[in-house]
Write a protein that binds this ligand. Structure first.
Ligand code: NAG
Ligand code: NAG
Ligand code: NAG
Length: 978
């Protein structure tokens, strides 16, 4: 027994020393030692995160490591030769100890979520032939040692976050004598492309695309005689295409697109006799398509779009390139004729013929009809193509997309087009086509989109279009169509966009139009439609763009509109005969960027706030009997008060204050609350549910710069919040949960549950969520103006009286909805200034539903064992009974209100022991109320107006407000307020 302890200590000490020495001294020096292998594998296991336990349950001591998942050993020596763990969901980092697996030949850790750097020690593995770390989140530079490995054959580090540049000179050494394939694409690598690759004499495939490489393409690359694949696309490469590329006689695929390359396409590329894919798109290439290129007879994909190429398209190209599948030369300056089309009939595999946005000027040849029936896309828009559409186009039975728009075509739409049964999209817009719309088009039952706008078409809209059951987009705008819209169109259940603007269509729209519910865009402007506008508006639900202007619609705008058009961004009802008042609910149209109601017969007061406070969004002129909205230039509405001096004042200051008072009193007397609240129209629940988008973990990683400190905007016990720039440009706040904490998981569920069900102008909006086993995040609306906490208690911030009142009104709206109007009562339980966030318009949004409760059914309160709210804001009775109910929120609201106007926290040092914020306010009331109101508030008001009367009024209002809160709280929570 006695001897055991020193032995153990010695053993541990040796282990420790060994571990310590490893990075310095590679295992090579200790051959024939499979103990090192075990140790390295254990170190590897210890540094990765293994959320599915795939290693934990398998890499166990009771079996030889040679039988472990992903591990392969040599037969004789039982040493690890391969470690292959792709798709194992491994996180964490790669241990440098892996470099002690000195017999390792294959290392494949691709498609995991590994982070951190690539250990430089890997470069010392003497036998490593295959290294794949692709599809991870590895960062930092590529270790230089990797460019000096005599054994390496294939390397893929594609799709990581690697940065830094490649070694450009030969010190440190660049020796990869056996390298056959290297892919470093989709990283953030910078610097120039090193000519050293020319030293890799065995190289067959090199992919560096989707990085930030700059400089020019080294001509030395032309010396890699065995090169088969060269991908340098989507970088920032400049200079010209080196003629030496033409020496790569084995080259099969060449991608240089998406750079800033200049000059001409070198004739030498014609020597690439094996090349099939040639991609030079999106550069600044000039000159013409070289005739010599026709020698590269195996070309099947020629992608040249987005350059400045001039001249004509070689007339014999179809004969020279019989295997051509894709010819995409759109967005160039090509001129000349379409005579090459007849040679293309030789290309029986042709799938895409894309010539749009050039300057080709010719008649459409009849030989178009001889093209391969495998042709899927024929896209010729925006050229100077003349003449009639040949009826032979109807032979192209494989067509999916046909676009001949923005040309100089004349004549009628050939009815033979209806033979294109597989066609999904057809645009013949902005040409000079005339005549009727052939009713045979109704036979093209595969169409999703039919665009015939801006032509000289006449007659009526064929009834048969109603047979195209999959139609989603129909535009017949700016033609000479007349008569009414055939009823059959209203039966197309998939229609999302309908544009009939600028015709002479008439009649009224039917009362029931079920398909209108799902419309995204509806433009019926500049026609002669009549009838009651409410039949149209009452049916819309998902609309984002609505233009009914310049018609003869009459009737009133239904007051329930906001329920239906919560998504609307553009609404134009101008130049009609619409009467009645503007519904108040219009102020809630949060996404609206343009509202035009001008030149109608609207009357009565213009609603205040929301869109109506921004004159650049709203247009109301030409409605002589509208009133209010001083800022928009209308005269005031007749007012019950006639005091001239205070009129102005009362108009702006009093309503919100009265509103607050009303609202607050509503909290106590639910009866008033319900009666008054009924007049409010509240956003529909289902509309919001449809708009939650899907965002992947990868997008969030990109959006937050890998959750970097620079993007961090806040950190709580359960979560951290990052500012995130989504791929589509939207700025959001990403709340990442601390997934080790059980309470955090519960709070995630509670918050998601509430926010995904509820949408309200004064609640933070949820945009998306991302939930994996080990990662949970909510993507929320970003609030650029921070929290009320910051505005009240940071030095450089100041809210004036009106702003403070507005914030409180906003908060009360949110709670009114949560408590009384949502189908299930929601109790927030943690209302405090830091949970009230302000958007760019200083509109307040209540946030953080982490400990909120959703009451299903009728229960109004429950006992809760979970975390209580924040001290100071939490109702005292919660402490004694543990009951969660709406009253608790009302209490917190009262405290918030006192804090907002006194600028004193309930947890302020002066409120220890007996005196509380509430008592302090109560004591000061009524005689000394001016002493407790935030002194800045009164000072600033004074400076602002220098008006004694105003100051008095404000003081009075403050007094009444505080008085009311004290009374309300005192009566309802006598027990609680000590
Ligand atoms: C580990 O997984 C491998 C491959 O699936 C299997 O052959 C081996 O028996 C497993 N070992 C243990 C200890 O579960
Ligand atoms: C290590 O090698 C010895 C023989 O060299 C062998 O007996 C032993 O089983 C090996 N251990 C493992 C874990 O493979
Ligand atoms: C990565 O793994 C996932 C899940 O196993 C799989 O669906 C996906 O196809 C893999 N991706 C690659 C590039 O191997």
């Amino acid at each position: 027994m006695e001897g055991l302890i020193p032995t153990v200590v010695l053993f541990i000490a040796i282990q420790f020393i060994l571990l310590f020495l490893h990075p310095l001294q590679p295992a090579m020096s200790r051959p024939h030692n499979n103990f090192t292998d075990l140790e390295s594998l254990l170190a590897f296991k210890a540094s990765v995160a293994d959320p599915h336990g795939l290693l934990a349950t398998n890499w166990t001591a009771n079996a030889s490591f040679c039988s472990w998942n992903g591990v392969r050993c040599s037969h004789r020596r039982q040493r690890v030769v391969a470690l292959k763990l792709p798709d194992f969901f491994l996180g964490g980092s790669i241990s440098p100890h892996i470099a002690n697996l000195s017999f390792l030949s294959f290392l494949d850790l691709s498609n995991n979520t590994l982070t951190g750097p690539i250990p430089g020690a890997i470069g010392r593995l003497p036998r490593l032939a295959l290294l794949s770390l692709a599809f991870n989140s590895l960062s930092g530079p590529i270790p230089l040692s990797i460019f000096n490995m005599s054994s390496l054959v294939k390397v893929s580090l594609k799709m990581n976050n690697l940065s830094g540049s490649l070694p450009s000179d030969t010190d440190p050494p660049f020796m990869l004598p056996r390298l056959q394939k290297m892919s470093l694409s989709e990283n953030h690598l910078t610097g120039s492309i090193t000519p050293n690759f020319a030293r890799c004499s065995q190289l067959q495939g090199l992919s560096l695309s989707f990085n930030n490489f700059s400089g020019s393409i080294p001509p030395e690359l032309g010396n890699i005689t065995g090169l088969n694949i060269l991908y340098l696309g989507a970088n920032q490469l400049t200079g010209t295409i080196p003629a030496s590329i033409g020496k790569l006689s084995k080259l099969n695929r060449l991608e240089l697109g998406g750079n800033s390359l200049q000059g001409v396409i070198p004739e030498e590329l014609g020597n690439l006799l094996d090349v099939q894919y040639l991609g030079l798109a999106e550069n600044n290439l000039t000159g013409s398509i070289p005739m010599a290129l026709l020698n590269a007879s195996k070309i099947d994909n020629l992608i040249l779009f987005g350059n400045n190429l001039i001249g004509s398209i070689p007339a014999t190209l179809g004969v020279s390139w019989p295997q051509l599948e894709i010819l995409n030369i759109r967005r160039n300056l090509l001129t000349g004729r379409l005579d090459f089309i007849s040679s293309l009939s030789n290309c029986r595999n042709l799938r895409h013929l894309i010539l749009s946005e050039n300057k080709i000027s010719d008649f459409l040849p009849n030989s178009l009809g001889n093209l391969s029936t495998s042709l899927n896309y024929l896209v010729l828009y925006s050229n100077y193509i003349k003449g009639r559409i040949p009826s032979t186009v109807g032979n192209l039975s494989g067509l999916i997309g046909l676009d001949l728009g923005q040309n100089e075509l004349v004549g009628e739409i050939p009815s033979e087009l209806s033979r294109l049964k597989g066609l999904q999209g057809m645009s013949l817009s902005r040409t000079r086509l005339s005549g009727y719309i052939p009713h045979e088009l109704g036979l093209m039952t595969g169409l999703n989109a039919l665009i015939l706008e801006e032509n000289a078409l006449s007659g009526t809209i064929p009834h048969s279009l109603g047979n195209i059951s999959g139609l989603q987009i129909l535009s017949l705008a700016a033609n000479g169509l007349f008569s009414s819209i055939p009823d059959s169109l209203w039966s197309l259940s998939g229609l999302r966009e309908l544009n009939l603007s600028g015709n002479t269509l008439d009649g009224s729209l039917p009362q029931q139009m079920d398909n209108l519910k799902f419309f995204d865009k509806l433009d019926l402007s500049k026609n002669r439609f009549s009838g009651n506008i409410s039949s149209v508006l009452g049916n819309l639900q998902m609309i984002t763009y609505l233009d009914l202007s310049n018609n003869s619609f009459d009737g009133e705008i239904p007051s329930s509109l906001d329920r239906l058009v919560i998504n609307v961004e553009y609404m134009n009802l101008s130049y009609n005969r619409i009467s009645g008042t503007i519904p108040k609910s219009f102020t809630n149209l949060g996404k609206l960027y343009s509202l035009d109601l001008s030149f109608n017969k609207l009357q009565g007061p213009i609603p205040e706030g929301g869109v109506f406070s921004n004159s650049s969004i709203v247009s109301l002129e030409g409605n002589p009997t509208l009133c209010g909205a001083f800022k928009l230039g209308f005269s005031p509405c007749p007012s019950p008060s006639n005091s001239k001096s205070n009129l102005h004042l009362l108009k702006y200051i009093l309503p919100p204050i009265v509103l607050v008072v009303l609202l607050l009193s509503c909290f106590c007397t639910r009866l008033i609350f319900r009666i008054w609240g009924k007049k409010l129209n509240l956003p529909s629940e289902d509309a919001s549910l449809n708009t939650i988008r899907v965002i992947s973990y990868r997008e969030l990683v990109r959006a937050t710069n890998n959750f970097s400190e620079a993007n961090l905007v806040g950190r709580g016990s359960f979560s951290s919040v990052f500012k995130a720039y989504l791929d589509d440009g939207l700025i959001t706040a990403v709340k990442v949960l601390n997934s080790e904490n059980q309470s955090a998981l519960r709070s995630f569920d509670a918050e998601y549950c509430v926010l995904s069900k509820i949408r309200h102008r004064n609640l933070v909006r949820i945009i998306s969520m991302c939930s994996n086993l080990d990662f949970k995040a909510l993507v929320l609306q970003f609030m650029p103006n921070g929290s009320l906490e910051q505005w009240l208690h940071s030095h450089s911030y100041y809210l004036n009286l009106l702003q403070r009142i507005n914030v409180m009104v906003d908060v009360s709206f949110a709670f009114e909805y949560l408590h009384h109007y949502h189908p299930h009562v929601v109790v927030h339980r943690d209302l405090k200034p830091s949970n009230v966030l302000l958007d760019e318009n200083m509109t307040a949004h209540v946030s953080d539903f982490g400990i909120s409760k959703l009451f299903l059914g009728d229960s109004q309160s429950i006992l809760s064992a979970t975390a209580p709210g924040t001290l100071g804001y939490m109702a005292p009775e919660y402490g004694s009974t543990g009951k969660v109910s709406r009253k608790g929120d009302v209490y917190s609201f009262g405290i918030l209100l006192l804090e907002t106007f006194t600028r004193k926290k309930p947890t302020d040092a002066m409120f220890d022991g007996e005196l509380s914020l509430r008592q302090w306010v109560t004591r000061a009331y009524p005689s000394a109320v001016l002493e407790i109101v935030d002194p800045d508030l009164l000072k600033k008001v004074l400076i602002f107006n220098g008006n004694q009367a105003l100051q008095l009024l404000l003081a009075n209002v403050c007094r009444r407000l505080l008085n009311w809160v004290c009374l309300a709280r005192g009566t309802r929570h006598k027990r609680g307020f000590r």
